[in-house]
Design a protein around this ligand. Structure first.
Ligand code: ADP
Length: 453
């Protein structure tokens, strides 16, 4: 593997290229006209303009990306996250053109891309699942029966949903019919698939996910958990590893379950198995993400491993030389996603120019950055500019280092989630590890932030 095309932009494109460079592999960037000056373009050995700013005219043009890859004699394509990373047809097309897709086989992507197919695939593996329906549901009477059996509130979820979208909480029987109709039509519009199913709504869960790695020779290990319970609208904003509350025995159980999920879909590469944890000890399988996650750096900091390097090695057919019993958690890591959003104004997108942009430094700080001082924040893409990651020997130390880094991070010209991060890391409940996915709704209000400022 001598040359990799990174079919992505921003921080993740740059992060992948840095590992490729370290491994002596040449890199090709693709970019839209809005990203001409972006760091991922200047960093790459070669760069090629793929089209206009909207993603469907650039970063989502699978055929064009493959055509460019062939023209530039690329050996492999890394899809990053988002865009085409979980598009089974794209993975298939890449391989059909004799280019290595750095990720799992299209079949695994297809199964795990549907929450219902995923549940079906793992049903013989004794994996705990949230009570609910196993198949798509359309009949209201049937839905009523199930809802009454498991008890309200329930959640109606789109099988093809993602990014925290396509979920509706139903509090009682009277709301059920209206909400189900809405959920089906929304799912059709947003994901092109109207299949919905029912899950019991777990009132105060933690989101715990397990990083797994599987090579082509059948060896699979897990790299422990990440706690991603600090969410806004079911989307992660702060992640940490390890979780403040997992016992070693629960960690082992969840790790084993994650490995079984990976085996159930013949998984190859790096992947993440997501669970909800209820009452600190009951866990339920939610879904599997068949790609590198945004929050993978916290796992890298506590294991000393480079997940992109391992992805590339696995894609080259090499054996994983990791032994589960020898893997260790070394310290604690936290990640804050820096979004161009205004925490004082309902997290609305903040558009404009990065007049001042200075990254914090320090040996316990890592910034996975995708933008330069002076740049305009493009309005076409996910508004995440960078990820701030802090390490410490203990959880307390990681939080301390994070707060210092937030203080040293200088951003002027636009609003970002830095101030929101400061609020969370200073919060007593967070510091005590005492929180669930409702944290933001319970504790955060812009007034608190204003007083703090
Ligand atoms: P997506 O694919 O959109 O990310 P997930 O199924 O992974 O959807 O869930 C995202 C988040 O939504 C979870 O981390 C959790 O906060 C919430 N959630 C999902 N299912 C449930 C449930 N059954 N009960 C309570 N919260 C849930």
């Amino acid at each position: 593997m001598k040359k990799i095309l990174v079919a992505n932009r921003g921080e993740i494109a740059l992060r992948i290229m840095k590992t490729a460079k370290k491994m002596g592999i040449k890199t090709v960037a693709i970019y839209s006209t809005a990203d001409r000056e972006s760091p991922h373009v200047t960093y790459a050995d070669e760069a090629i303009c793929i089209g206009e700013p909207p993603s469907n005219q650039s970063y989502l043009l699978g055929d064009k990306i493959i055509e460019f890859a062939k023209k530039l004699h690329v050996d492999a394509i890394h899809p990053g996250y988002g865009f085409l990373s979980e598009n089974a047809e794209f993975a298939e097309q890449v391989e059909a053109n004799n280019i290595v897709f750095i990720g799992p086989k299209s079949e695994s992507i297809r199964i795990m891309g549907s929450k219902l197919a995923a549940k079906e695939a793992v049903k013989h593996y004794n994996i705990p699942m949230v009570p609910g329906t196993k198949d798509a549901i359309t009949d209201i009477k049937e839905a009523e029966l199930i809802a009454e059996k498991i008890g309200f509130p329930i959640l109606i979820k789109a099988s093809a949903g993602g990014g925290g979208k396509g979920m509706r909480i139903v509090q009682n029987k009277h709301e059920l019919e209206v909400q189900m109709k809405r959920a089906i039509s929304e799912a059709k519009n947003a994901f092109g698939d109207g299949s919905v199913f029912i899950e019991k709504y777990i009132a105060s869960p933690r989101h715990i996910e397990i990083q797994i790695l599987a090579d082509t020779l059948g060896h699979t290990v897990h790299l422990f958990e990440r706690d991603c319970s600090i969410q806004r609208r079911h989307q992660k904003v702060i992640e940490e590893a390890p979780s403040a509350i997992l016992t070693p025995s629960l960690r082992d159980k969840m790790g084993d379950a994650a490995i079984k999920v990976a085996k159930a879909c013949n998984y190859i590469g790096a992947g993440t198995v997501e669970f909800l944890l209820d009452d600190n000890d009951k866990f339920y399988f939610l879904e599997m993400n068949t790609r590198l996650q945004v929050e993978h750096p916290v796992t890298e900091l506590i294991t000393g491993l480079d997940l992109v390097e391992l992805q590339i090695k696995i894609a080259r057919g090499e054996a994983l030389h990791l032994v589960q019993a020898h893997l260790e958690i070394l310290g604690h890591a936290m990640e804050l996603r820096i979004y161009a959003e205004d925490p004082l104004n309902d997290f609305l997108p903040s558009i404009g120019k990065l007049d001042v942009y200075k990254l914090p430094e320090g040996k316990n700080i890592r910034v996975d950055n995708g933008i330069n001082e002076g740049a305009d924040v493009p309005i076409y893409y996910d508004p995440m500019l960078a990820k701030l990651i802090a390490y410490g020997k203990t959880r307390e130390e990681a939080i301390e280092n994070m707060l210092e880094a937030i203080h040293d991070y200088k951003i002027e010209g636009i609003s970002t989630t830095l101030s929101f991060g400061k609020f969370v890391f200073q919060n007593a409940a967070f510091q005590e590890g005492n929180f669930d996915t409702n944290f933001v709704n319970i504790y955060y209000s812009k007034d608190v932030l204003k007083i703090q400022a």
